[in-house]
Design a binder for this molecule. Structure first.
Ligand SMILES: *Cc1c(COP(=O)(O)O)cnc(C)c1O
Length: 378
């Protein structure tokens, strides 16, 4: 008999979602207004703490786009972006007809390399234009080198957009991801640690920016007696139904982080001393990852395994895995744009794989995964 499919990171309901959806239905709150949105934003503001103002949106991609709008990114501007990321970090730069300048990763977190970032900034300055923003990503839940990246941001006075789309629940020096950027982004897409079925938030450091984001997300209507516009807006607001799912999911966030970290321990137990299949670990006590996805790189080649072979073996066992991000500077879409660094991110793409990391992995699922990994070495 075919065994059930083990997914990379499927949605995992907490149990209270229906209650909040029902209350929206009961009060006819089936739109982009209502008590669930208000409550969702308020709870998130409490979670992030002081100086965090949350705007609930239709996706993480929308949040990154609005971050660029709030920073007045326009045609021809430079925006520096981590190359090793999901395409949604970079596409909004093109929405604005701005020019992406891509930056390599460093080997300890796989996120933005501070040295390569500084080289990229200097290049832009030599072209006579200060970059309008730096988009730094906490890939797979691992915080980027926050102190170093923010240090460069301050030195050159360039704002940081923190793409923590997959890093809700992660911390750096005990501060939550989502609080490090001048503007920060979290996604609630169906594959993230918690979901609204599709959605995202922009976290601003001022009430004014929260209100500007809200306006941009609702067509930039000027709230006169008639429809009145002097700027381009979007239909980017989260629905009150989605926000209801989000509140139910926030109820279980803490548990979900624990579960993902238990998954990480499970992989540590199997792969801890393995020189060939190496698991990404927190580089120091400063870093606390939600381990949204567990990721490995394959090297040394002690038993003839490659990422392609490993993926195939998992697939035969009806277990989903995924290659690591193919860096943006290697994508046809971004051909011709500048890249700074030593192509560490390209090597990661060549060598790496994401392993199943859902919070609803059963003991039996884990046995099946463990069997695959242990059998490799026989
Ligand atoms: C998921 C993700 C996004 C996009 O979020 P959506 O809500 O799917 O639009 C952006 N950046 C990174 C790093 C992501 O993982």
């Amino acid at each position: 008999m075919e065994k059930n499919k083990i997914w990379l990171s499927p949605p995992h309901l907490g149990g209270n979602e229906l209650k909040y959806i029902q209350s929206a239905l009961d009060t006819n709150g089936v739109s982009q207004y209502g008590s669930n949105i208000d409550e969702f934003e308020k709870r998130l503001e409490n979670y992030f703490g002081k100086d965090s103002f949350v705007t609930a949106l239709s996706s993480g991609t929308a949040a990154i786009h609005l971050a660029l709008r709030l920073l007045n990114v326009e045609e021809g501007d430079f925006v520096i972006c981590q190359s090793f990321t999901f395409v949604a970090s970079a596409n909004p730069i093109l929405y604005q007809r701005a020019i992406p300048v891509f930056v390599d990763s460093e080997a300890s977190t796989w996120n933005m390399c501070p040295n390569a970032l500084e080289d990229a900034v200097k290049y832009c300055l030599q072209q006579g234009k200060k970059p309008k923003a730096i988009i730094a990503v906490s890939s797979y839940g691992m915080p980027f080198m926050v102190d170093e990246i923010l240090g460069i941001s301050r030195k050159y006075e360039i704002p940081v957009i923190e793409d923590s789309a997959g890093a809700l629940g992660s911390t750096y020096k005990n501060r939550p991801c989502g609080t490090f950027g001048d503007l920060s982004v979290v996604s609630f897409n169906g594959n993230k640690i918690i979901t609204t079925s599709g959605g995202g938030i922009l976290i601003s450091r001022s009430k004014t920016n929260k209100e500007r984001a809200l306006s941009f997300s609702t067509q930039a209507n000027e709230n006169k007696e008639y429809y009145s516009y002097s700027d381009i807006g979007y239909n980017y607001r989260m629905s009150n139904i989605s926000a209801g799912i989000g509140i139910g999911q926030l109820d279980v966030l803490e548990d979900r982080v624990l579960k993902r970290r238990e998954n990480h321990e499970f992989y540590q137990d199997i792969l801890g001393n393995d020189e060939t299949i190496r698991l990404l670990e927190e580089p120091s006590e400063d870093f606390f990852s939600n381990y949204w996805l567990n990721t490995v790189t394959i090297g040394g080649n002690n038993y003839g395994i490659t990422k392609e072979k490993l993926k195939k073996i998992f697939s035969k066992n009806n277990i989903e895995t995924r290659y690591l991000w193919k860096p943006m500077h290697l994508q046809t879409l971004y051909k011709g744009y500048r890249f700074f660094g030593n192509n560490i991110c390209g090597m990661l793409f060549e060598a790496g794989l994401c392993l199943p990391s859902g919070t609803n992995l059963s003991a039996e699922d884990k046995n099946r995964i463990a069997d695959v990994l242990k059998n490799l070495r026989k």
